[in-house]
Write a protein that binds this ligand. Structure first.
Ligand code: GLU
Ligand code: MG
Length: 439
């Protein structure tokens, strides 16, 4: 048999957070980076259930191009598959190269460009992802234990090696608190690269598990009784000279004036953007109090129930705080498109900066134990508690929908309505089972 032709997957991640694309023969990749491969507008209305939301604004007409960004190629022979894993993130453009309104990667690029133009800041981010492994036949093991890591051997070291080779700069893999649950993190990078890495990490993790005969699921809840799989997005800012711009020793909780206004904007629009960052029916089984996820519009120092958590800084050995200082967005999961999640965070933060909002109050304590008056005084609002509520909150915040082309809003709305209708006859446990197989 001839050796197999090397194929590179030119991919885009869609509104349902599924990464799709076209494989191309590697020798043609350079050429394709100039003029792209074909793509179809109606693909944006494909749901995670392999159906097309109907009605949708696209129909059977029209053509687009996927232009691979050769700087966002992730290749590794380390997943154990017969041929290397090879994907390159692409932007969707019109046939004349104009950016397409439905490209979430372009939406993030544009939001980051506006952050730079309007506030003089770049965003550095990471996407920390939790997942659960199925079908591995593990015996019982304690949370965070050596046993929980070793029973999976060689999965963790193999995955880290594959991610290292792919260039995502994995930082840590750990056996998490939940049963068969792991978490994988990567080194902070420019926010666009962080979203690219998030996609590559999901796919490489799934493939490494698949090759071992297992299944890795990033679904937000794989069973009602299980700990949720969160996506946590720590971020910070750098000024035009590359200096850290998030920290100010004199600011509340150490927030710089710009970072404080950014956080205020995120919290102001958080209920409306939640459907973009926690985008599925089971997302709302996770976003509940006392789950270490998030349930209120809440900024706090080092509290894992907050929606915006000021992360710890280490001062051992006199280490500088400013360069470590991060704020973590915790209202996300892997049923959301990471480009869209980050774009929404940046757009909301920019609104806060433009309005010159003061930093939100730092909350300590448990919002569920506060009176309505106490919560009101701190600006604590309960996040949407279901996908329909979250969709409604999105559609009724005209500032938020105004960040996107109306056709994109219509498409997103159509997909989410389809998802809600598709699941109407399932109980919560069946929903968890279904998402566990899709994500
Ligand atoms: N599993 C939790 C979540 O659903 C997060 C636990 C942690 O802080 O790592 O977000
Ligand atoms: Mg974790």
């Amino acid at each position: 048999m001839r050796s197999p032709e090397a194929l590179v997957n030119v991919v885009t991640t869609d509104l349902g957070a599924i990464t799709r694309g076209r494989p191309v023969v590697e020798s043609r990749l350079e050429k394709i980076a100039r003029s792209g491969v074909g793509w179809v507008p109606a693909n944006l209305s494909i749901t995670p259930f392999n159906s097309i939301a109907d009605p949708n604004p696209w129909g059977s007409t029209g053509d687009l191009r996927l232009i691979p960004d050769l700087g966002a190629r992730f290749r590794t022979a380390g997943t154990g598959a017969a041929t290397p894993f090879d994907m390159v993130a692409a932007d969707i453009v019109e046939l004349d190269g104009t950016p397409w309104l439905g490209c979430s990667r372009t939406l993030l690029k544009d939001a980051l460009a506006d952050l730079k133009a309007q506030a003089g800041l770049s965003m550095i981010a990471a996407v920390e992802q939790e997942f659960r492994v199925f079908d591995a036949g593990f015996g019982a093991a304690h949370a965070f234990s050596i046993g929980a890591m070793r029973r999976a051997d060689p999965f963790c070291p193999a995955l880290v090696a594959a991610l290292e080779e792919a260039g995502v700069e994995p930082e840590m893999i750990l056996a998490e608190y939940g049963n068969e649950q792991f978490e994988i993190t990567h080194a902070p990078a420019d926010a666009l690269a962080a979203a690219d890495r998030a996609v590559a990490i999901r796919e490489i993790t799934r493939e490494t598990a698949r090759v071992m005969g297992w299944r890795a699921s990033f679904a937000p809840k794989t069973a009602l009784t299980e700990v949720g799989n969160g996506v946590h997005i720590p971020f910070s800012f750098a000024d035009a000279g590359g200096r850290p711009a998030t920290y100010d020793a004199l600011g509340p909780g150490g927030l710089s004036r710009q970072a404080g206004a950014f956080c205020a904007g995120v919290l102001r629009h958080l209920s409306a953007i939640t459907v973009l960052t926690a985008a599925s029916v089971p997302s709302y089984y996770r976003l509940k109090p006392h789950n270490w996820s998030s349930s209120y519009t809440w900024l706090a120092e080092r509290d894992r129930e907050a929606s915006l958590r000021i992360c710890p800084t280490v001062t051992i050995g006199g280490r500088d705080r400013a360069s470590q200082y991060n704020i973590e967005f915790r209202v996300a999961d892997a049923t959301a498109n990471p480009y869209l999640s980050l774009a929404a965070i940046v757009r909301a933060g920019l609104e806060g900066m433009r309005a010159g909002l003061p930093a939100p109050p730092l909350v300590s304590g448990d919002p569920t134990l506060m009176s309505d008056a106490e919560r009101d005084a701190l600006g604590l609002v309960r996040l949407p508690q279901s996908l329909p509520e979250a969709l409604e909150a999105f559609l009724s915040d005209k500032t938020v929908t105004g960040w996107f082309h109306p056709l994109l809003v219509e498409t997103f709305d159509g997909i989410k309505r389809h998802e809600i209708a598709r699941l109407a006859s399932l109980d919560e446990s069946a929903v968890c089972d279904l998402y566990g197989t899709i994500f």
